[in-house]
Design a protein around this ligand. Structure first.
Ligand SMILES: [Zn+2]
Ligand SMILES: [Zn+2]
Length: 397
């Protein structure tokens, strides 16, 4: 039997685990219910299992019967603050929390791969590290796991690391997508407070109105994107939150806004961190006001190693058929904290279509939507790919 056959044979149990995780979603670093389900799924397998101290991570090490290198497989486990509206029989039992990004599938698939590879332990040419990670959605869980030693869990560093991510739209179910180089954007946060001084709205010349100045900053940030950055090394800045004032006849003391900054190269990211605070400060000064602009580095660019991305593409073609894989033309503007792993270990991040049957991938609700549905049919494929990537990469040495 191939690993794909074996994954298909246990797909019912993988789906059960996925549904159990989906029913009880948890946010951030502290995912005790999810961790316990993972530990139960791994129980009895020949793994060295350890848990995180700052977060409910699970690291499992499988030492093969033959000597060889270390390969790391990663699945994230956390959910989002979204109220589920799918109506699925296994929908979230918790108000305001939903596995809207499909991390329940990643966790179940990685546990499935641990089971399949454990059964082949004797013939494994090296060691596999299974990284079950909390806190992907903005909590940098991968960075904490690295600090706590996940890259040294096997006693030596992995030679390669792979991550999978399902998508509820764009890709037809069971189709894989990856690319060499930038795969996902860097995502940073710009937090701005404009300090003026308030007064009566009828006499703005006696006040220092922060609202038009903050508006000018929002516009200037868009101009900055088009005038300071190479169109072939794109940057996206979106102001997603803007707050000032209470009513129409009062000038407030301050205005605040938050923006996300997405970039695809270390150079553009460094330029953003330097130019944005300066631009904000200069605009405020130009109007006789002051402003604080904090540029917070969040997730780096997710960069696929060219050779590892090619290897992942070849593995997909060999296991599933060439028609089931694509090389993505462009990176995605989303971000991933698997980027912290790929900064230290060459590897590849691969997308997997999980759009339900009868749904047009082009119009299906996206990841993070309250209506996002990820089909169980992708589970066996993702499990098999995780296992095949590890098995084959170990053979290559
Ligand atoms: Zn997400
Ligand atoms: Zn995600």
């Amino acid at each position: 039997m191939t690993l794909l056959d074996e994954a298909a044979a246990i797909s019912g149990e993988i789906a059960e685990l996925r549904h159990a995780i989906h029913r009880e979603p948890e946010i951030g670093h502290d995912l005790p219910r999810t961790r316990d389900k993972v530990l139960a799924a791994l129980a009895g397998l020949p793994l060295e299992v350890s848990q995180g101290s700052q977060l409910t991570s699970v690291t499992a090490v499988l030492r093969g019967g033959r000597p060889g290198p270390v390969v790391l497989l990663r699945g994230d486990m956390d959910a989002l603050p979204v109220t589920e509206a799918t109506g699925l029989p296994y929908a979230s039992r918790f108000d305001g929390v939903m596995h809207a990004c499909g991390h329940d599938l990643h966790t179940a698939m990685l546990a499935g791969a641990a089971r399949l590879l454990s059964a082949r332990r004797a013939e494994l040419d090296g060691t596999v590290v299974f990284m079950f990670q909390p806190g992907e959605e903005g909590y940098a869980g991968a960075r904490y796991m690295i600090e706590e030693g996940v890259l040294e869990a096997a006693g030596e560093r992995p030679v390669a690391a792979y991550g999978l991510h399902v998508t509820s739209q764009r890709l037809p179910c069971g189709t894989f997508s990856t690319r060499p180089g930038a795969m996902l954007a860097a995502a940073d946060q710009i937090s701005v407070t404009v300090h003026g001084h308030g007064g009566h709205a009828s006499t703005p010349h006696r006040a220092a109105d922060p609202i038009p100045v903050a508006c000018e900053m929002v516009t200037a940030l868009q101009t900055l994107v088009t005038r300071k950055f190479d169109v072939f090394d794109p940057v996206v800045i979106t102001v997603g939150s803007f707050h000032a004032g209470t009513t129409d006849n009062v000038i407030p003391d301050q205005a605040t806004f938050l923006a996300t900054a997405r970039s695809f190269s270390a150079e553009s990211r460094a330029a953003l961190a330097e130019i944005v605070p300066r631009l904000i400060g200069d605009i405020a000064r130009g109007h006789g006001l002051t402003a604080e602009a904090v540029y917070s580095a969040e997730y780096p660019v997710t960069v696929n190693d060219a050779a590892e991305a090619a290897f992942a593409g070849e593995t997909v073609a060999d296991v599933f058929g060439a028609e089931r894989g694509e090389q993505a033309e462009f990176p995605l503007t989303g971000a991933e904290d698997f980027s912290f792993v790929l900064e230290q270990v060459p590897g590849a991040f691969v997308m997997l279509g999980a759009c339900p049957p009868g749904t047009d991938p082009l119009t299906a609700p996206t990841n993070h939507s309250a209506h996002a549905v990820f089909d169980d049919a992708a589970l066996a494929d993702g499990t098999a790919l995780y296992a095949e990537l590890a098995l084959r990469r170990l053979i290559r040495g």
